[in-house]
Design a protein around this ligand. Structure first.
Ligand code: PAF
Length: 295
């Protein structure tokens, strides 16, 4: 695996791969890689001849008072995991490389999708994500870019920005990877104390209860949200930010559950802000639940 830090080197290496006839796959990350990231890299490896992973803790997607300085980092561990997973090129830029003029004046704002759900409590977050993903797609111009479905709102936003800005990359959503007790893998799980770690799987338990109600025939969003909330409320240390059902593609509210439906939760637990979701594929009385996979 080769490691580059300059955008010009990223462009050159990807250009050579393309000249050799390889499809290029991009996996954007912020590092501190876990099994969820590794599964994205493996999916990229299975599909593309040349796999690029970016590791960049993007300051623009952290608001004031958020965890930019505390965000966990493990550059050596990341390299070992990426080599084992078959990454060809690690792009590891500095902040100066990505934002040479300092604070960018250019904004990428994916209105309706970015302002809602997590965007309500993290007002700068999705503009930061949208800008850095735009820069990565522009520099790498991959055939496919791989994102986890755990960040369902981010996935919807990236799909929309890629369509709006006519990037040719296919945006590939990949299953959430879970610990054996159901907790969705996240770099931020490192913030949890042993006691908080014991409580954290309740998010998935609550989503599973909500999903079971839909499988049993419930189609009223208010009822599904209420049942999911009631499971979360049994744990007083969980500070629930939202439970919502939305259209999974547009992230817009639904009057009745039908089609591809996102049931999503965000909650604070000690120092960590946790998010999780399941996607329900509803066609008449038939419901398939996409909850991801256990590692
Ligand atoms: O999901 C992440 O790790 C980040 O939001 C991303 C997509 C790498 C952009 O910084």
């Amino acid at each position: 695996m080769e490691v580059v830090t300059a955008l010009s080197d990223l462009r050159t290496r990807v250009g050579s791969a393309r000249t050799s006839g390889d499809e290029v796959g991009l996996v954007p990350t912020m590092g501190y890689l876990h099994a969820g990231h590794v599964s994205l890299v493996r999916r990229a490896r299975a599909r593309c001849g040349f796999v690029v992973v970016s590791v960049f803790v993007n300051p623009l997607q952290f608001g004031a008072g958020e965890d930019l300085d505390a965000y966990p980092r493990d550059p050596e561990g990341d390299i070992a995991k990426l080599e084992a997973a078959g990454c060809d090129l690690l792009f590891q830029p500095s902040t100066e490389e990505m934002y040479p003029e300092g604070e960018p004046l250019t904004r990428v704002h994916v209105g309706l999708i970015g302002d809602d759900l997590c965007g309500r409590s993290r007002p700068v977050h999705f503009d930061g994500v949208a800008l850095v993903v735009t820069k990565l797609l522009a520099a790498c111009d991959p055939d496919a870019a791989f994102f986890g479905r755990k960040d369902a709102q981010q996935l919807a936003l990236v799909r929309r920005l890629a369509a709006d800005l006519s990037f040719r990359a296919e945006i590939v959503g990949c299953p959430t990877v879970r610990e054996s007790d159901g907790l969705a893998m996240s770099s931020r799980n490192a913030y949890l104390s042993p006691e908080e770690r014991r409580i954290a799987p309740r998010l998935f338990a609550a989503l599973s209860t909500g999903a079971e109600l839909v499988v049993a025939g419930e189609r009223e969003p208010r009822v599904v949200v209420g049942k999911t909330l009631s499971v979360l409320a049994q744990e007083p240390r969980l500070d629930v930010e939202y439970v919502e059902v939305r259209d999974a593609r547009t992230v817009q509210p639904l009057e009745r559950l039908d089609g591809e439906v996102l049931l999503a939760v965000a909650a604070r637990l000690g120092p960590a802000r946790l998010i999780d979701n399941v996607v329900l594929h509803i066609d008449g009385t038939s419901v398939t639940v996409d909850a991801g996979e256990i590692n």
